[in-house]
Ligand binder design. Structure first.
Ligand code: HEM
Length: 562
């Protein structure tokens, strides 16, 4: 902050009017009072005349201004950090934390410390936001401060430095966001409805033929429509080079980003410097594989699109559309297109598959909810066709199930961490520059004052007394502000289509043991950055005894092609 102060006075001997300009340059971006003291206040005094009295007067003024500013600065830094548990030396709060599910610990700490909590994990300060109100204040109203991402040496080592979700706030990130926005903004998404519906129908064939393999079929649903939307590519046989490049990369980064492995690599970066032949250099070898897969995931699908574009054999898709808008010399944008395309895949596949698994689990555990939704579909859609998004407004209970699925078990429960670009004071709390800020989506979706009995799956909570849906469209799991999920509109459409078609055609039940007794399901969830229900025994049956492959073939026009 730079301030000019001009002082007018009469010269003590000549009586001539004089001006002193005092330029005070203060750095308010320093992240702590220590930095303030170290940086000090740089001030420059431009003397247009001299005189001892004046020197004294000016010096007094400088001291006064500086001490005022220092006091202001110290007041800023004296503001306490947000409340939180007392950290141990070196370890910080690690021992009191459920490190596999930190969102649960911070949710439990909410009653003691409140909606914004400060903690230290192995010397790293973090801030956790537990409420929607604080999240809106920080990530939306103060988005110029809270839109950065923390950086890690693991990103580059595991080919994720080009992932939009981990990228620092800046021009490269902006370019990615623009490419995503063009493809996935709210009014662009209806263009994909037909593709998504077709993929849902394919998924139903697979579920009918091989119900036990349901996690794979749900995942293939997403892979199929994403391949089409991004590369105009059909998922074909298992040796498909495009699908293989994507699946391989996805698998390797999930392994690389296992929280324990990440912590080890961040704590002991030399593990990534070891030569790959070195005994025990597991991380280095995994990193090299991942870097190769990261190269392939950008290049192989991209070359596929280029080849088809030059043969004039390309339909609309994210990559072709973006290339058509870009000059051939614009290497920066071309690289961003390759990167954004593969990021879309990674970002969409696990998250959407996991949400469908949560839905399926909820249906198995809550048969009365499933029956109610099916009755609604039968009443509105009938039994002779399958639902499509035009039926949406007439199926409010289905919409409530979708919202409740997103609320009951958000699949990115601790969000993607944000980071601050400058220090801040929020509600009297000092928020340091560069601190990592986690939006605790779990705490927000399990706030008992907003969602009574939050662990129960109750779609009814989204209805008002007059029987219409309320305005809570359950956005809490999609993040905030400038970094909000770019795929959220596509997610809404694809989840709706999958759920509606599944419920119209199938029922999910508990599996039976050899005596015909239902096997109880005790829900268990994986841990990590994204979470999903662990595979649970489940019987997926067509709802109507006369419904067969033939009926499905007739109502989808697909059958024989599959
Ligand atoms: C159920 C499915 C999904 C969930 C729950 C989900 C959730 C999230 C969350 C929590 C964030 C972080 C937001 C923040 O930092 O505040 C995010 C970011 C992101 N999502 Fe999604 N997502 C889903 C599906 C998708 C899909 C289908 C796509 C692509 C079409 C996508 C692309 C992205 C990208 C590129 C980012 C990074 C945004 C940035 O850092 O600027 N996501 N998502």
């Amino acid at each position: 902050m730079e301030t000019n102060i001009s002082i007018r006075y009469q010269h003590h001997r000549t009586g001539e009017p004089q001006i002193y300009i005092l330029q005070v340059d203060l750095d308010f971006n320093a992240s702590s009072s220590f930095q303030y003291l170290a940086l000090g206040s740089k001030y420059y005094l431009t003397m247009l005349d001299d005189g001892l009295g004046l020197y004294l007067a000016i010096s007094a003024l400088v001291v006064a201004v500086l001490s005022y500013c220092r006091k202001y600065r110290l007041n800023l830094s004296r503001s306490p950090l947000p409340p939180g548990p007392i950290p141990l030396p070196v370890l910080g709060n690690v021992l009191s934390l459920d490190s596999a599910r930190p969102w649960l610990t911070f949710n439990a700490w909410r009653s003691t410390y409140g909606d914004i909590i400060y903690a230290r994990l192995l010397g790293k300060p973090i801030i956790v936001v537990n409420s929607e109100e604080v999240a809106k204040d920080l990530f939306e109203r103060r988005s110029s401060i809270y839109s950065d991402r923390p950086q890690s040496i693991v990103y580059e080592a595991f080919a994720s430095d080009f992932n939009t979700g981990f990228m620092p706030y800046g021009n490269r990130w902006r370019l990615h966001r623009r490419i995503f926005h063009q493809a996935f903004h709210q009014t662009a998404v209806p263009a994909y409805h037909a593709t998504v519906l077709r993929s849902a129908h394919k998924m139903m064939f697979s579920l009918l033929r091989d119900p036990e393999n349901y996690p794979n079929h749900l995942q293939m649903f997403i892979v199929t429509f994403m391949l089409s939307i991004i590369y105009d590519c059909e998922a074909k046989a298992k040796d498909d080079r495009v699908a293989n490049a994507i699946t391989r990369y996805g698998k390797l980064i999930v392994e690389g980003f296992a929280p324990a492995a990440m912590t080890l690599m961040e704590t002991f970066p030399f593990l990534l410097q070891l030569p790959s032949w070195f005994p025990g250099a597991t991380f280095k070898r995994a990193s090299l594989k991942c870097i190769q897969a990261g190269h392939d995931v950008k290049e192989i699908p991209f070359q596929y699109v280029k080849e088809r574009m030059s043969a004039n054999d390309m339909g609309p898709c994210l990559v072709a559309d973006a290339l058509n808008r870009t000059s051939e010399e614009d290497d920066v944008t071309i690289t961003a297109i390759k990167e954004a395309a593969s990021v879309a895949f990674v970002a969409a596949t696990d998250t959407t598959t996991n949400t469908l698994l949560v839905f399926l689990l909820a249906m198995v555990l809550n048969p009365e909810v499933q029956a109610k939704a099916q009755a609604e579909i039968d009443r509105v859609v009938g039994k002779d066709r399958l639902p499509n998004l035009d039926d949406g407004p007439a199926l409010p209970y289905l919409e409530a199930i979708l919202r409740e699925t997103l609320r009951w078990y958000p699949v990115v429960p601790f969000g993607i961490p944000h980071a601050t670009t400058t220090s801040d004071i929020y509600n009297g709390h000092f928020i340091p520059k560069g601190v990592v800020v986690f939006p605790n989506a779990w705490a927000m979706t399990h706030d008992a004052t907003k969602y009574p009995s939050p662990d129960e799956f109750k779609p009814e909570r989204f209805f008002q007394d007059d029987g219409t849906l309320n305005s809570d469209t359950m956005r809490l799991g999609f993040g905030w502000g400038r970094r909000i999920c770019v795929g959220r509109h596509l997610v809404d459409a694809s989840l709706w289509i999958a759920m509606a078609n599944f419920l119209a055609f199938f029922s999910a039940h508990k599996a039976l043991d050899e005596h015909g007794m239902e096997i109880p399901v005790a829900p268990k969830f994986t841990t990590g950055f994204t979470v999903r229900p662990e595979t649970f025994p489940c019987r997926i049956l067509p709802r109507f005894p006369d419904v067969s492959l033939k009926t499905l073939t007739r109502s989808t026009n697909l059958g024989e092609k599959l």
